[in-house]
Design a protein around this ligand. Structure first.
Ligand code: SF4
Ligand code: SF4
Length: 94
């Protein structure tokens, strides 16, 4: 993964159109079956080359809903995010 949408998501839709690479899908297309929005890790670039921070997290109204996760298949990632921030699922926006 790259960034992860947690189960505190309220399905408001504010994030989906902000993603420059169309990595986000809504609850109907969430492959895990959870009723929340979902980030496809193999598409997410953590907004590298597009924004100073992940645009989905900036747009999200739910505090701490979008967190850092392991890089996995993410094609690009932010170098200044530590393994600890990722493993502890630290919120992207505090
Ligand atoms: S961090 Fe950027 S590229 Fe990744 S899902 Fe959020 S908006 Fe899309
Ligand atoms: S902006 Fe936040 S609360 Fe709204 S759908 Fe996206 S992740 Fe869920």
């Amino acid at each position: 993964m790259a960034v992860l949408i947690t189960d505190t998501c309220i399905n408001c839709g504010a994030c989906i159109d902000e993603c420059p690479v169309e990595a986000i899908v809504d609850e109907d297309d969430n492959p895990t079956g959870e009723e929340v929005y979902y980030v496809h890790a193999d598409k997410c670039v953590e907004c590298v080359g597009h924004h100073d921070e992940p645009a989905c997290a900036t747009a999200c109204p739910t505090e701490g809903c979008i967190v850092w996760d392991a890089i996995g298949d993410s094609p690009e990632h932010r170098d200044d995010i530590t393994d600890e921030q990722r493993s502890s699922h630290e919120p992207v926006v505090e």
